[in-house]
Write a protein that binds this ligand. Structure first.
Ligand SMILES: [Ca+2]
Ligand SMILES: [Ca+2]
Length: 325
């Protein structure tokens, strides 16, 4: 046997062993793509209805990928400071902070698929904790924050369809440090019932707070929020018939079921992942300070997750973050 053939054989053998090893390890480690230890995670991460649980305590990006995949940013190495992991999260645990450098439109856009498959008409609840940096500027047009999206495991980077949780100052040109939360959809992605209010909107559909006592609610930087969003898609084959809701710190803020569509009637894609999108752009103002958003404790489930089951009395604020350029 000549040397190069022997090397090839050895290489083939090593490759086979590696493949076997990684297949075996995969079966063990990929039980949960986001790599979270369910035993030590909050109780809401347990149960058959749970689709996803990321509390960042493992300190890795397992299962995640950067939608933008900026080659110049080194993926998730965070070497540029666009993302900071692990970072003081909820109750000083680990978390990811996505940084928007002064006046920059974006940082990174991590997305992750759920661990379990979702049925075409399944209702999905997703709950997360968020902390906008003190004095955070929201965008007058919209400040993207969080998405439920389709095709999270493969396909188009940002999903074919997505339902967003956005925050926007109540007045164009007003105080940018206060924001109204709402569920956002692009009109081009959905069906609208003729004559409905959605049908009369240009471009964007915004499901704002509509529950008693929520008119003056504002999100501001410098404190933690516990946000839960519920999406019941319009059944496949139907243009409308969906329902969207969100809660903040356990309080129901919005509940909409009037001609709600979150995808086209003939669309086969299912909502199967989450996307952390802190994009500050697409209109509105172009200036903002060096700022960041911390994401922690992301849970997706087919059942209501609810207010924290093990909430500490007073989560401490992250004080170690350095946002100087
Ligand atoms: Ca992880
Ligand atoms: Ca955490």
């Amino acid at each position: 046997m000549n040397k190069s053939l022997m090397n090839r054989n050895n290489f083939a053998k090593s490759a086979a062993i590696l493949l076997l090893a990684s297949a075996g390890m995969g079966a063990f480690f990929n039980a949960h793509a986001e790599n979270t230890n369910r035993a030590s995670a909050e109780p809401a991460c347990q149960g058959d209805a749970v689709l996803f649980c990321e509390n960042w305590e493992d300190g890795d990006w397992n299962g995640w990928r950067d939608v933008a995949e900026h080659p110049d940013r080194g993926g998730f190495t965070c070497a540029t400071g666009d993302c900071l992991l692990p970072y003081p999260g909820y109750n000083n645990s680990r978390a990811v902070a996505i940084r928007l450098k002064k006046d920059a439109a974006d940082g990174i856009f991590p997305r992750a698929p759920f661990n379990k498959s979702v049925g075409p008409n399944d209702t999905v609840y997703v709950r997360w904790r968020a902390y906008w940096s003190p004095g955070f500027h929201f965008n007058y047009q919209n400040t993207k924050h969080f998405y439920l999206l389709t095709n999270a495991a493969d396909g188009y980077q940002g999903g074919n369809y997505r339902v967003g949780f956005f925050v926007q100052p109540p007045e164009w040109g007003g105080d940018p440090t206060v924001g109204v939360p709402y569920i956002h959809l692009y009109k081009r992605d959905i069906d609208t019932a003729p004559g409905s209010w959605q049908d009369k909107e240009y471009g964007e559909i915004r499901y704002r707070p509509n529950q008693p006592g929520t008119e003056n609610f504002r999100i501001t930087g410098g404190k933690w929020y516990e946000i839960e969003m519920r999406i019941t898609p319009n059944p496949q084959g139907q243009s409308t018939g969906g329902r969207v809701q969100f809660w903040i710190d356990g309080k129901l803020m919005a509940d909409h079921s009037d001609n709600v569509s979150v995808r086209k009637a003939n669309e086969k894609d299912v909502f199967d992942g989450v996307w952390l999108s802190s994009y500050f752009g697409g209109g509105g103002q172009t200036n903002h300070p060096d700022q960041y958003v911390i994401y922690d404790d992301i849970i997706a489930s087919k059942q209501r997750i609810g207010a924290a089951s093990s909430a500490p009395a007073k989560p401490s604020s992250p004080t170690q973050l350095r946002a100087d350029g």
